[in-house]
Design a protein around this ligand. Structure first.
Ligand code: 13P
Length: 258
């Protein structure tokens, strides 16, 4: 049984004061469990303070992006090794907002994935189609291109220490969620595509769903066999919602689950 992962992607939200308030509520309500790992990914400037607030607890910390380079003249970038040094365990790479705004292409994202692992971080690789892709029947082709770039450059074995997040772009921040059937179909496609290279790696790979996951739809998504948790945007900024989503993942993987 794969351990679930629920990660909060705070995006460009928060403040010192609101972060501390949110974290103290999360620390109290999320004791740590064998069924689900939990992480928060705040804006980079807050990482040291968030790490300090969470010290000694069960909630891990992740970055929202890292450079593909290790050091040097890259103004504004943050190396994976720097994230590791301040206590991060995870880093999101290839989020659709960065693919769109920073024009990150799949090769670049693959280099970030490799750089993250080289620094000892677990990359959370985001893949997902735009609405126009889905309407044109191109969902699998788009996801395959994003996934294959990493499989080709990093090798399938790298996915033993990586996580994939399927985030249909049309479901992000829109209140539209993929139906459990739509999500399940793409999750299965991703697992099968990794399995075509190595079935044991595919069997152990955590594939998260992201895109308007809320307290009231999380259980239905996490009940599906190929959905191993979630990457949560808006709802991760609200303690009650995020805790409910974590609990839904725990219940889906808890005692009595086949
Ligand atoms: P929302 O949960 O706000 O739709 O965001 C999803 C997301 O992009 C997480 O990375």
């Amino acid at each position: 049984m794969r351990k679930a992962l629920v990660a909060g992607n705070w995006k460009m939200n928060g403040s010192m004061a609101s972060n501390r308030e949110l974290l103290s509520a999360l620390k109290e309500a999320i004791p740590g469990s064998d069924a689900v790992d939990v992480a928060v990914c705040p804006p980079a400037v807050y990482l040291p303070d968030v790490r300090a607030q969470l010290q000694g607890g069960s909630i891990a910390v992740g970055g929202q992006d890292c450079s593909d380079e290790t050091s040097g003249a890259y103004t504004g970038e943050i190396a994976a090794g720097m994230l590791k040094e301040i206590g991060c365990e995870y880093v999101i790479v290839g989020h659709s907002e960065r693919r769109a705004r920073q024009r990150e292409d799949s090769d670049w994202v693959a280099r970030k994935f490799i750089a993250a692992q080289a620094a000892g971080l677990v990359p959370i690789l985001c893949v997902g189609e735009q609405l126009a892709d889905r309407e044109a029947g191109q969902t699998e082709a788009v996801v395959a291109e994003q996934l294959d770039a990493v499989l080709d450059q990093a090798g399938v074995a790298a996915f033993e220490r990586g996580v994939v997040a399927y985030e249909p772009v049309w479901a992000i921040g829109t209140g539209l969620t993929a139906t459990p059937e739509q999500a399940a179909e793409v999750h299965r496609f991703i697992r099968d595509r990794v399995a075509a290279r190595d079935s044991s790696v595919a069997g152990g790979l955590r594939i998260l769903y992201g895109g308007s996951v809320k307290a009231d739809n999380a259980a239905g998504l996490f009940a599906l066999p190929d959905i191993d948790g979630g990457l949560i945007g808006g709802a991760s900024l609200d303690a009650g919602s995020f805790v409910a989503i974590v609990n839904a993942a725990g219940a889906a993987r808890g005692p009595g689950t086949p």
